[in-house]
Design a protein around this ligand. Structure first.
Ligand SMILES: Nc1ncnc2c1ncn2[C@@H]1O[C@H](COP(=O)(O)OP(=O)(O)OP(=O)(O)O)[C@@H](O)[C@H]1O
Ligand SMILES: [Mg+2]
Length: 257
């Protein structure tokens, strides 16, 4: 399990200040959500954390070691699932192991052993086009998990799903995260999703396209244990947390006027 620290990260793209002085800590074994409106710079920040881009300023620290600009240290599930259409589900899932040099038989066996946990029984020889949206997301999550099971960066993992599938996926994700002891940072613009999944939420504020670089407006802790979130969505704790987030977002709108 890994602890991630994003320290004073700023980024400029094409002469525009996108994000400014972003600080985030994700404790080992916890789930944090990064919540912000479309275009505020969430994916930009994820590219930096994943080491795919170097920030203009700031550092990324994993377990006390600086990893700024170093790819391959964290699992990164991109905003689109990007499954390879011409490969079977098993081959898609096992890809990170094969890239790491694990022999094919061993890689397939290890990947197959997790199909049950990820709700993918019986799909190993199917093609991505034959699966539902929710199943494809689970395939992508399993592939990210096999890439690195210490820390997962998930960019809007459930945003393309309908409300029913999404609710199922939330329940499933909480259960699997608990079972596997996952540490994750999840990007979303769905407030309910963030409150439901997080131990801590970071709310982003800004509109870089309008010349307002994005910063962290505030953070909200969710004290309600993650192992007991079955009816959490109907509880007072949930409403209180949601209200705190909305107040941070509202302050953002007031500032913009
Ligand atoms: N290479 C680039 N050059 C200039 N501007 C860029 C570049 N890449 C992204 N941007 C701008 O940076 C801002 C943040 O983009 P980003 O994709 O990080 O947003 P996001 O919060 O992930 O949005 P969404 O929720 O829609 O995925 C946008 O205004 C975008 O137009
Ligand atoms: Mg994005």
């Amino acid at each position: 399990m890994s602890q991630l620290e994003v320290q004073h990260v700023s980024q400029t793209l094409g002469g525009v200040n996108i994000i400014e002085d972003i600080c985030i800590t994700v404790q080992a074994g916890s789930i944090a959500c990064l919540l912000g409106p479309s275009g505020c710079g969430k994916t930009t920040l994820f590219h930096i954390i994943a080491g795919l881009a170097t920030p203009y300023q700031g550092t990324i620290v994993l377990d006390g070691k600086e990893i700024t600009g170093t790819p391959g240290k964290l699992a990164y599930m991109l905003q689109k699932d990007l499954l390879l259409a011409h490969k079977t589900i098993l081959a898609n899932v096992a890809l990170p192991l094969l890239l790491r040099g694990v022999p094919k038989c061993e890689a397939y066996e290890h990947a197959r052993s997790l199909f049950g946990v990820f709700g993918l029984e019986g799909t190993d020889q199917r093609w991505p086009s034959e699966l539902s949206g929710g199943m494809r997301q689970r395939v992508a999550l399993l592939r990210s998990y096999l890439f690195n099971n210490d820390f997962m960066l998930l960019d809007e993992p459930f945003s393309a799903l309908d409300a029913f599938t999404k609710a199922d996926m939330h329940r499933w994700f909480l259960q699997v995260a608990e079972e596997l002891g996952t540490t994750a940072l999840v990007v979303t613009h769905d407030i309910d999703e963030a409150v439901l999944l997080s131990d801590r939420m970071y709310v982003m504020r800004g509109a870089p396209q309008r010349g307002i670089p994005t910063c962290i407006a505030g953070e909200v802790e969710i004290a309600h244990p993650r192992s007991d979130r079955k009816d959490f969505g109907l509880s007072e704790d949930f409403i209180l947390a949601k209200r705190s987030v909305m107040e941070l977002l509202r302050a953002d709108q007031d500032d913009a006027r």
